[in-house]
Design a protein around this ligand. Sequence first.
Ligand SMILES: *Cc1c(COP(=O)(O)O)cnc(C)c1O
Length: 347
Amino acid sequence: MIDTSRRNHPIDLRSDTVTRPTPAMRNAMAEAEVGDDVFGDDPTVHRLQEVAAEVLGKEAALFLPSGTQSNLCALLSHCERGDEYIVGQTAHTYKLEAGGAAVLGSIQPQPLDFLPDGTLDLDQVAANIKPDDPHFAKTRLLCLENTQNGKVLPMKYLARARDFADQHGLSLHLDGARIFNASVKLDVPVTQISCYFDSVSVCMSKGLCAPVGSVLCGSKQLIGAAHRWRKMLGGGMRQAGVLAAAGILAITEQVKHLQQDHDNALMLAHSLIGLDPLDIDHDGIHTNMIFARVEEGTLPELMREMRERGVLIHGFANNLRLVTHHDFKQEQIARVVNAFKDSLSAL
Ligand SMILES: *Cc1c(COP(=O)(O)O)cnc(C)c1O
């Protein structure tokens, strides 16, 4: 039975970006003290940046409108024209940011395949560092992502990557869009992850529920450079304290709720066991993402059938991705399971 009221209030598992600001955020936004942040006058933006720097254990932080701009400002600050960064083939900073580093920074990417655990093979990275020779771009930066497709990079690997970067004179940037999911999963302070990196970009507008914004954290010098790039890219915002107020709650109060999202992902995946031909990668569920293979060519139709039953899902090719988040509640799991049962049998 297709229930049209459900179609109008769908369960949305496409991404954790769909989370809406919490009531506490709405209040904080309404009451935020603001000023013109381009003049450096917004006290709430200042406070967010101080809190972010402290939470991530860095000297300084910068509030940016998106994770894409945050990563781009980091790349532009680490690298100059003609430099190169080494990055995962499917990394957000390479594949999903419209080529910004190359287009706007003249920074050459050297993409490498991720290993199944979301790391880059450091021997392969070493083999791709260019010799000091005018034929080549200058390899300057190594970029990692944590979580990577929901997977948490092993702590030992982070230490090895830091040693590796030092040994080869590279800087190390983390696209930590979901770094708090990693710290919650490992049950370690987020500084135990961020400490290995020269810069870390953190999204506040995903599972942490802020409506807009990322923070880039690093040394005072790096953040100073990023500040100039942000202005150039059009990311200087005026009374941005309205947004920063939500961000402060995102990186403080909301972090503890991520555990529930992780629990819900496991519970949802468990409830979908036996639903052929949905082939779920159970071992790959570390945090709030579930990946499943579907039968060749059936994904668009499955997405449509699910939408008819009030559940929004998303994927590429034959791979379906389900993302749990603050606005998805445990009580909704049964509805999702039923929608899958009915949709799969309707294919
Ligand atoms: C979402 C995301 C970003 C930034 O995305 P914006 O939509 O620009 O905020 C960067 N890296 C990863 C891994 C992400 O998931």
